[in-house]
Write a protein that binds this ligand. Structure first.
Ligand code: DC
Length: 230
């Protein structure tokens, strides 16, 4: 038995990746942060000068896509994303990438490329992937789908703490504004908008600790696993 596919979707900064990493480590599954792939393409667009004066040249980015190669590597137990052979894990979490990733993620051709790569990564099963469209588009047949939410206030604080840990200071109002704008784009875009899959289970982790959310999900994974075996 090769294990099930677990899809974790939800808004930015509500702890999806944390939950996905916890589950992956608890069950010995492969963890894939699909948002990192959208962020890496955004960084590529910035590096190649395809975003100038706040304007993204969509047509040029689409033309460049065959030249974009993404790979995840496990470095000392931590998953890191490589863009054309370069480790960009830290760079994709700050600066201009934050402002442009949602618009980049609206481009159909970008999504087609990444969805194809995401499905290829799950060929052997036993995978937990987090994102926006994992349960609805990438793996509609996933054995377990979780839709994570949390209050905007808590999400702002979590993003603030995450950035502070990396030595990046960003005003909380600025973070909150950025999150609201990303929510708006992610839920209203035409291509694979963020929405709860009909069969997804909602987790509101506003008042949960990391340990509590892990304890919440373990029985759900066990149940989905045993169903997949029967
Ligand atoms: O999960 P994250 O914050 O790293 O995601 C970054 C952006 O990428 C987010 O604004 C929406 C987009 N994204 C997406 O459209 N589909 C996914 N499967 C994952 C992320």
């Amino acid at each position: 038995m090769s294990g099930i596919i677990i899809a974790i979707d939800g808004f930015s900064a509500c702890g999806k990746s944390t939950l996905a990493k916890q589950v992956a480590s608890h069950f010995g599954y492969l963890f894939i942060d699909s948002g990192a792939m959208y962020r890496a393409i955004t960084l590529y667009a910035l590096q190649e000068g395809l975003i100038v004066g706040g304007n993204l040249d969509q047509a040029a980015l689409i033309q460049h896509l065959p030249r974009v190669s993404l790979e995840f590597k496990n470095i000392r137990g931590q998953q890191r994303i490589y863009l054309n052979g370069q480790d960009v894990e830290d760079e994709i979490r700050k600066g201009e990438v934050l402002n442009y990733v949602s618009p980049v993620a609206t481009i159909r051709e970008v999504r087609e490329k990444l969805v194809k790569e995401q499905r290829a990564m799950a060929r052997q099963g036993a995978i937990v992937m987090d994102g926006r469209d994992i349960g609805t588009v990438v793996f509609p047949e996933a054995e377990l789908k979780i839709y994570v939410t949390a209050s905007l206030e808590v999400r702002t604080q979590r993003r603030f703490d995450e950035l502070s840990k990396k030595g990046v200071y960003m005003d909380k109002n600025e973070i909150s504004k950025n999150l609201r704008e990303r929510d708006r784009i992610d839920t209203s875009r035409l291509e694979s908008p963020l929405k709860k899959a009909d069969d997804a289970i909602v987790l509101d982790n506003t008042n949960l600790t990391k340990e509590q959310q892990l304890q919440w999900i373990i029985p759900l994974v066990d149940l989905a696993l045993s169903k997949s075996l029967s």
